[in-house]
Design a protein around this ligand. Structure first.
Ligand code: ATP
Ligand code: MG
Ligand code: FE
Length: 348
């Protein structure tokens, strides 16, 4: 079964083709293409929803032609069209959903709405070293920070989550107030490589709270306080402040993940979402887990942030189970707010 997947929940347009496999093996990625709107939103310091929607409209069909050409496939070869149904920006989601359902109707094939976070969560299955269920998942993206116990597709138990900002948001907001532009996460982590992580004492919120929740709003305020104190001196100390900020965020993420392993008794971790691309997080988690004989799995670097491959994959894994059906129902709707826990399980 050839699945076309369309992602348009925020500021990346992603399209991919994934092939299901009969033997229960992970579906295969045939081709994927991505257009990021970062340059377009940069002037505004953040995502402008209306501009995002309009750009998705321009991108989806050309990207679809690209992936079909790359895979050596034709429109008529597509068996199912999958799209991100939520969560995300309503207008942006509606573009992907609308085009997916129009394509489905035109090709007379069924469609399937996919949960964006399930896409992130399953994306490590496309890596050279795919995980096996069950595992602890650390989902760290621009909008979410969650620890989950994952027993199968759709079988997600929330263990803890952020009570305010997400980890990606903490990176981005700290970067912004240090003058590093948008989205600042990658820029902050690059700059941090030249800085001293011990230079500034920053809080590790909820580190000893005894639960698996996170909080990053206070850390951002502490970074702001330091930046203000430095004043004109910030220029000379920017790398040190970046390194100290990154160290604080990463320490909390690693320690809480270890606590989740201890609580669940599981021996496997999957990291997903944009912050999963952070090199310090990968290095510290790898070191801590190696010492405990715990395996850690990541998405390929380029599949950490939003992409169409993870959406096509999540649909393909559901369909391959034989218990999820795509339907010829083209009256699409989107769910801008959609807790992952409300997603139906696919029985093992
Ligand atoms: P959600 O999936 O929760 O709706 P999103 O789709 O915006 O949010 P992602 O695309 O998964 O989030 O990730 C984007 C986030 O990842 C941004 O906050 C970005 O700064 C952060 N990020 C990307 N690369 C890095 C990095 N190397 N270090 C730290 N943060 C990073
Ligand atoms: Mg993005
Ligand atoms: Fe995302």
């Amino acid at each position: 079964m050839l699945v076309l997947g369309i992602e348009s929940s925020c500021d990346e347009t992603g399209v991919a083709l994934v092939q299901t496999r009969p033997d229960g093996a992970t579906p295969a990625l045939r081709a994927h293409a991505l257009h990021t709107q970062i340059a377009m939103h940069q002037a505004y310091g953040g995502v402008v929803p209306e501009l995002a929607s309009r750009d998705h409209i321009r991108r989806v069909l050309p990207l679809t032609e690209t992936v079909l050409a790359d895979a050596g496939a034709a429109l008529a070869d597509i068996d199912v069209v999958a799209y991100t149904r939520g969560p995300g920006l309503a207008g942006a989601l509606l573009v992907g959903a609308g085009i997916a359902c129009a394509l489905g109707a035109a090709l007379d094939v069924p469609v399937l709405g996919v949960h964006h976070l399930e896409g992130h969560l399953l994306s490590p299955f496309l890596s050279a070293d795919p995980p096996q269920f069950p595992f602890v998942a650390l989902l760290v993206s621009g909008g979410h920070t969650q620890l989950m116990r994952v027993d199968g597709v759709g079988r997600y138990e929330l263990l803890g989550e952020t009570i305010d900002d997400a980890a990606g948001e903490a990176f981005d907001k700290s970067a912004k107030l240090m003058g590093l532009g948008y989205p600042g996460g990658p820029a902050l982590s690059r700059l941090a490589e030249q800085g001293d992580a011990q230079a500034f004492k920053l809080p590790r919120p909820l580190l000893h709270s005894g639960d698996l929740d996170f909080s990053f709003a206070g850390l951002k305020t502490a970074v702001l306080t330091q930046a203000k104190k430095l004043g004109d001196g910030l220029d000379a100390r920017r790398a040190d402040l970046a390194a100290s900020t990154q160290a604080a965020i990463v320490e909390v993420l690693v320690k809480k993940t270890l606590a989740a392993l201890q609580r669940t008794g599981l021996q496997r971790v999957v990291v997903a979402g944009g912050v999963g691309a952070n090199r310090l997080l990968r290095a510290q988690l790898d070191a801590a887990c190696a010492a405990r004989r715990v395996r850690v799995h990541y998405p390929e670097m380029h599949l950490c942030t939003d992409n169409g491959a993870m959406i096509a994959l999540a649909a393909a894994m559901r369909l391959q189970s034989g218990r999820q059906q795509a339907v010829r129902d083209y009256g699409f709707g989107v769910l801008p707010r959609w807790p992952l826990a409300e997603l139906e399980a696919v029985p093992a």
